[in-house]
Write a protein that binds this ligand. Structure first.
Ligand code: MN
Length: 325
């Protein structure tokens, strides 16, 4: 059952110390939503902590108040409440979970269709294209006046998760939120330049590698590429630099599904899947292997060598493309 903003605000009212967290390998929605909600709680006079397994990646340091996000501490801490945003399962919080010794109240605010509601109170809206939009509507329904920190983070969260207001789920509500956020002080061109026109050279090196090594399979309907740890190291690339590469493959005419395989340090392969056709459901495919996400954008982690995982998962994707067409 989904709780209302009023229920959640009421449950959080007595809490003095609150932790706001989001998923590992965070994107703009995860971090922007964390920062916006943390700011809201702080304005209510609470002591607020904000952690992410990966700390604050360099590429998102433009987010207002970004310096407050840290990796979890090594000594576990107790909180009156934990608020998880944009996080489909508790496991996706990674090492943050190990650093919470006690928390009697869990709030789960998310837009992933695969979210099963692990909170004591859950506000889950898969029709929202970003967790940031759910938070915007949360604040609007309670009449909370947004300051520039909240507005900037919510705009960045919504803009990045919708591919700059392009993806499925972008609707009148989304543009309503954007309009109110701009009125609250967001400078669209300055913020957009930081989000979309300020990639480090490392990202460009990785993009060149991607374009040189991508393969088109399944009668050119499946586009895939991979990067090994050795290649990442040789390019001096950081994990955060891989974000967005997959959009270049998905953008090729005729491609139905794009997949990206990234070798991680623990013998796992991180797979990102993007679909352009609603009848090829990326979330359902990833869920078969223990992952999740959205119908057109999902992910999963599998154990094995890069080659073996690619062979197996590419075959699954091609099978699903053939079934879906
Ligand atoms: Mn999101």
């Amino acid at each position: 059952m989904t709780s209302s903003a009023k229920d959640i605000e009421g449950a959080l009212a007595p809490a003095q110390t609150v932790l706001v967290v989001s998923h590992m390998r965070p994107d703009g929605d995860a971090l922007g939503s964390t920062l916006a909600f943390a700011r809201h709680l702080e304005r209510l006079g609470k002591s607020v902590h904000t952690w992410n397994e990966d700390g604050m990646p360099e590429k998102f340091r433009y987010l207002p108040g970004s310096e407050r996000i840290t990796p979890p501490p090594s000594e576990p801490r107790a909180f009156d409440a934990v608020v998880a945003v944009d996080t489909s399962t508790r496991d996706r919080l990674g090492s943050c979970l190990d650093a919470i010794s006690h928390a009697p109240l869990w709030i789960n605010i998310d837009h992933h269709i695969s979210n099963e509601g692990y909170g004591d109170l859950n506000l889950i809206d898969p029709s929202a294209p970003a967790a940031g939009q759910i938070l915007f509507e949360y604040f609007e329904s309670l009449g909370v006046a947004l300051d520039e920190i909240m507005a900037g983070n919510l705009f960045a969260a919504i803009s990045t998760d919708t591919g700059s207001f392009q993806y499925r789920g972008t609707d009148g509500r989304t543009f309503h939120a954007a309009a109110r956020l701009v009125e609250a002080g967001v400078n669209v061109s300055a913020l957009s330049q930081k989000m979309y026109d300020s990639h480090p050279r490392r990202h460009w090196n990785l993009l060149r590698h991607t374009l040189n090594t991508a393969q088109f399979l399944c009668q050119d309907r499946l586009a895939v590429f991979a990067v090994s740890r050795a290649e990442m190291a040789a390019m001096g690339a950081l994990p955060e630099d891989t974000e967005g590469l997959i959009t270049h493959l998905r953008a090729v005419e005729g491609v139905v599904v794009a997949a990206f395989y990234e070798e991680l340090k623990d013998g796992m392969i991180r797979i990102s899947v993007r679909s352009k056709n609603p009848s090829v459901n990326a979330c359902e495919i990833c869920q078969q292997f223990g992952g999740g996400g959205h119908p057109l954008a999902a992910g999963v982690r599998l154990r094995g060598s890069l080659e073996a995982v690619m062979e197996k998962f590419n075959a699954t994707l091609c099978h699903e493309i053939e079934r879906g067409n």
